[in-house]
Design a protein around this ligand. Structure first.
Ligand code: ASP
Ligand code: MG
Length: 462
């Protein structure tokens, strides 16, 4: 069994859906391969559903126009795919879904409330609609298949918007379902439900995760993520001209690379696959002959030490320094707590062994709030002069050099600093975890594009 997943851009319109169906028929069905296929909502639909919910919340009646547009979009795709043959019955299903959605949005409009719970319910229609239309289309083309609402099988907690999966229940549900249903399953990505059957979602981009959950539950031989680019590349090709696709990376490398901007795969996807050692391959719907990037446990190829260079383009750093921090326990704990309370995500942390200063990288525009809260938390220490001024710097970027083989390979950091130094690029902060999988550098945003290219030239020769 293989689990395939096609993302929103692969099913952006009727033409693309036809391409996907061709891939399914020629690549798998004709060859009698056993597959199950996960789909995202059509391109842009999840965003639109969120927007519509927010408009209703703000009591802006144009939410109805947005809803009508979404309805027409789905009807149009259905008609293009199924003209004459059974478009009508699918229209009815589409209509039912939109009627339900209309009622929910009307409720939001009336009570002026859009809780994360309601929002999950609203966005879940994206995947229900796409899979309803695609499964009907396949049936009309004489491919035996069934629509599977995965929210019935994937059980989670009630952390709406980013729910945590209960794998024990979920795995059992999936295994049972597939024992009883032998036909091709067309599976809704992204959506799940609580014990009380309230709809939850697995986080934006969560359809990848759905594929991996099914793959692991069914002990699939392979999980194929079909997207719109040539797999995982050594760098963002929009920023680095010489970037190229990698044949394979490890789960950890994929996770590191996808944290840093290369949004090819949703990072949590790696976990269920890794636990069962199931390979993932990233394929390109628009270039089906591309072999794909394999994500696996151990690299077999001799390949490169550094596998990729990625970046977070806009960050700020907060620096706290002072003699009163040296040898004092609990200081870092209090500091991190401040960020936790404010809900500010810490991207990178450095503290040199002198313990004289701690530097934290955070998303942009949150520096001032962080500074105020830190000054509040440490006001006594600041008063006593144990902690100095809290400084915030904006317009910075982080570059991450990633590769599992960097571990125990001397000289990589040397090459990184040398090449940047020779080009007079100033490094503001450096972090390398002891896993040695990732060297991260903070630099000025203005130097970003040049630094990426310099590092790519120095570290990644094909
Ligand atoms: N439709 C959802 C989103 O846009 C899930 C996905 O595409 O993977 O986030
Ligand atoms: Mg999407």
């Amino acid at each position: 069994m293989k689990i395939l997943k096609f993302g929103g851009s692969s099913v952006g319109d009727a033409k693309r859906i036809n391409q996907v169906i061709d891939i399914l028929i020629n690549g798998y069905i004709k060859k009698n391969q056993k597959i199950a296929v996960v789909f995202s909502a059509f391109q842009g639909v999840t965003d639109k559903l969120i927007e519509t919910g927010q408009l209703a919340l703000q009591r802006k009646l144009i939410y109805k126009d947005e809803l009508d547009r979404l309805r027409s979009k789905h009807e149009e795709i259905n008609h293009q795919l199924n003209h004459g043959i059974g478009a009508g019955t699918t229209d009815e299903k589409i209509s039912e879904l939109f009627d339900e959605l209309t009622e929910i949005l009307h409720g939001v409009f009336l009570v002026k409330e859009l809780s994360p719970r309601t929002l999950d319910y609203i966005v879940s229609f994206g995947e229900k609609l796409s899979c309803t239309i695609i499964s009907s289309t396949l049936k009309n083309r004489k491919i035996v298949c069934e629509f599977l609402d995965a929210s019935r099988l994937i059980k989670t907690d009630d952390n709406f918007g980013n729910a945590r999966v209960d794998f024990r229940k979920t795995n059992r549900n999936i295994a049972n379902h597939f024992k009883k249903h032998k036909n091709l399953q067309i599976i809704t990505g992204f959506i799940s439900s609580t014990e009380n059957n309230e709809i939850t979602t697995l986080g934006r981009g969560g359809s990848d995760y759905t594929a991996s959950i099914f793959g692991a539950a069914l002990n699939a031989e392979l999980i194929e993520i079909w997207t719109d680019v040539n797999g995982i590349m050594t760098a963002d090709p929009r920023k680095v001209k010489r970037a190229f696709s990698l044949n394979s990376v490890t789960y950890e490398e994929a996770m590191e690379l996808s944290h840093f901007g290369a949004k090819v795969i949703y990072p949590p996807t790696m976990l269920p696959a890794l636990q069962k050692k199931i390979k993932i391959v990233i394929k390109n719907t628009f270039n089906p002959s591309f072999k794909g990037t394999y994500i696996l446990e151990k690299e077999v190829s001799k390949n490169f030490t550094v596998k990729g260079i990625s970046s977070i383009d806009d960050i700020s750093i907060v620096r706290v320094q002072g003699g009163g921090m040296i040898g004092v326990t609990g200081f870092a704990g209090r500091l991190f707590n401040v960020f936790g309370r404010l809900g500010i995500n810490i991207i990178l942390i450095t503290q040199a062994s002198s313990e004289h200063s701690i530097c934290l990288a955070i998303p942009p525009k949150q520096g001032d709030a962080a500074r105020k809260a830190i000054e509040e938390e440490f006001r006594l220490e600041i008063f006593d002069g144990k902690v100095g001024e809290v400084k915030v710097e904006d317009n910075l970027s982080i570059i991450a050099v990633v590769g599992e083989k960097m571990r125990h390979t001397p000289g990589v950091a040397g090459a990184v600093f040398n090449s940047l130094g020779k080009n007079k690029i100033n490094i503001i902060a450096i972090a390398q975890g002891s896993s040695e999988l990732n060297i991260s550098l903070v630099i000025n945003k203005n130097d970003l594009s040049r630094s990426l290219n310099i590092l790519h030239n120095a570290l990644l020769k094909k």
